[in-house]
Ligand binder design. Sequence first.
Ligand SMILES: [Mn+2]
Length: 316
Amino acid sequence: MKARIAERIGKARTIAISSHVRPDADSIGSGLALCLMLKQMGKDARYCNVDPAPHPINLLPGYGEIALRQIHPDPFDLVVLIEGGSEERTGQKNLKNYFCVNIDHHASSSHDADINWVVPEAAAVGELIYELGREMGVSFSRDIAFNLYATIASDTGSFKYSNTTTASLAIASDLASRGGFTPCEVSNLLFNTNPLEKIQMLSKVLSTLELTLENRVAVIDFRRSFLDRISLKDIETEDIIAVARSIQGVQVVLFFKEIAVDYYRVSIRARDQFSARQVAQTFNGGGHPHAAGFFYRGKLAAAKKEILQLIREQLP
Ligand SMILES: [Mn+2]
C-alpha cells in the first residue's frame, strides 16, 4: 500500500494534507513531518486543518505550516488525510472532489478514501509516515525526525502503553540516531511544558475522582466551571487521565468532559482484555481497544449509570 501511495505522491504536483478535528500530537506531528517531506521533494504542499492544536502540540517544529482553512474549493492533485478518512473526522467538506489517501492506525477508520492505508498494529500513525518517508527516499531532517519521534512518544505515553511494540522502539531509535535532537528534548516539550493554571486546574479535576466497581473503575469529571483563565480547547487532557490510570488496580478510566449543558465528551481508557472501543461503539464513537471516546447528550448522573452498567458487563 505504501508503494502505491508513494507512486501517487510522485506523480502529484499540488498536495493538501489534513488531519482530524480536536488534533492530538500524533496527527499533528505526522502531518507536519509529511508536509516537510513533500516540500523537500519539491511538491507544492499545504497542510490545512479546521481546528488549531492545543498547547504544547502547537510547539512542534514547523507548526506555522498549518493553515486553518478548508481544502475546498482550491484544486489539488492529491489530498492526504492523517488519522481521519471522513469529512466528519476531518471537518473538511467536499472531499469527494479530490483523490484522497487515508493513512490511519484506528481499526475503526472509515475506508471512504480512494486509497486507505490502515494499520491498527502501528502504535502511532507517525510510524506509517516514517515507513512512507523511507519508501519515498526522503532524508530525515531534524524537524521531520523530531515530529515523528514525538508522535510515537505521545501515542505510547513515552513507550509505556500496551500499544508499544518492538517496531515502535526500533523506529524511535532510528529517528533519535539521526541527530539534531535528544529523546529528552521531545519529552520536555510534550510533558514538561504545563502552564501553572493547568496544574491548579488539575487539582480541581482530581477532586472529582471516584472509584467504583470494586475500585477497578476510576471516574473523573471535568466541569466547565473549573476553567477560569484557561480555555478547554487550549489544553491537552490526556495527562489528567494518566494520573487516574496510574492508580493500582484501576482497569478502566472514564473521563467526562463537559462541553455544554448536558453535553459531554466521554473518554475511556482501559487495560488488559477490556475493550474501551466496544463501549464507545455502543454510543456511536470509536477508537482503539484501550483508548476510545464518544459524545453523550443528557444528564451526567444518567450518563454515568448507563456507561458504568456496560463497563460492569464487560469486566471479568
Ligand atoms: Mn494516533
